[in-house]
Design a protein around this ligand. Sequence first.
Ligand code: ADP
Ligand code: MG
Length: 409
Amino acid sequence: MNSPELTEDENRGLYQRATEHGAEWWRVSVADRPENYRLEHGVDNGSGPGAVDIDLVVDAENLRAKLKKWRREGFAIDTDDAASEQSAAGRVAFMPELQRVAARASAAKCRQLEGAGATVRIGHVEVPCGFDNPLVPRLNPAYLFSERFNDIVEDIVENRRVMLIGHTGAGKTSLIEQVAARSRHGVLRSNMNGQTTVGDFVGFWTVKGGETLWVDGVLPTAMREGLWLIVDEIDFAEPSILAALTAVLEPHGRLVLKEKGNEIVTPHPAFRLFATANAVGAMSQFRHLYQGANLMNEAFLDRWRVYLLDYLTPAEEADVLIATLAPHMTRALATTLAAIAADCRAAFAREDLSSAFSTRRLLDWAELMLRTGDPERAAGPAIYAKVSPEDAALIRGIVRHHIAPAPEA
Ligand SMILES: Nc1ncnc2c1ncn2[C@@H]1O[C@H](COP(=O)(O)OP(=O)(O)O)[C@@H](O)[C@H]1O
Ligand SMILES: [Mg+2]
């Protein structure tokens, strides 16, 4: 039988399917005899293509039957030349190899940390401890470290520059503060959405008692003292501040104080630099909500690891409500309140609401509600007075949808 679709060129190649530990493959090549094909079979257990365990020669019709069977069994058909054979093998081999290498790297890091003094475990990550000082943020025992935060905490340990982006009240600042609180590192915060000048940030000369003195700004202070510096709302920073920052964005980047005769500030090993922003990168679509925010250029963003921090999930937020307002908050109440917050955020995402609904707002509302016993009255100062009348009406509707009025006494 001579089928037009079965030419040597089309059917030679590597056919493979993923297995638990790697891949199983069949290789089809042209046999010595005309109109015949050589089939080799092997298993890749994650350490390379493995030995050939079946080696046979079949005719075209037989091959056709095999191809059908392999397709049913989930083997992916690759094309025929040696290069793609190699790339197909590489494609399958990549993940097992990467996982092996990553496991080795993290084991090496653990060994390194063991020799380096006290650490505290945050999520999955061992974080080296600093020492008690007045700038260590207050620990919030109700703070919930989501699984998603592990990568961020690991970046902090590795001394990467971390930028957290997301809506107001999503938990950007508190994440860094709570890592610092647990590992006892002092934190300085500098908000760019205000009157922060390059003088406040880098430093300035002043006259005191007839003497001219240099005063370090927050950046050199944090660098010298080994503090963690959070540059809040970096998308509002003036260009001269961004220029000063750029120099220290490299892991061991030093700051040159031009105004102080080019004094060089070398970072203390414990120094860390963070930024938060509402409307850059993946959040750019919300720029209209954050009036005055600047676009950050890609070259600047590329110097950071940028994480988009979403609001907690309703289940996580219910846990936070219960933990924060223990022992009074019950699971049933918390679940309803978290669902209301989720609905308000969905309305915000649809642009039906113009104000975001932060975890802070939810906690505040819940706390006041426990005091007053009246969700509507509590919502006045916690929510309605902070938003437009239209937004207040919409939120009131969402609340009523979840909470029926109390039965008449
Ligand atoms: N994971 C969390 N666990 C507990 N509380 C949280 C969490 N995330 C946010 N919050 C609460 O929300 C508040 C606002 O978070 P914040 O870090 O100030 O937000 P952002 O910096 O994104 O505006 C925090 O003070 C905290 O009470
Ligand atoms: Mg903040």
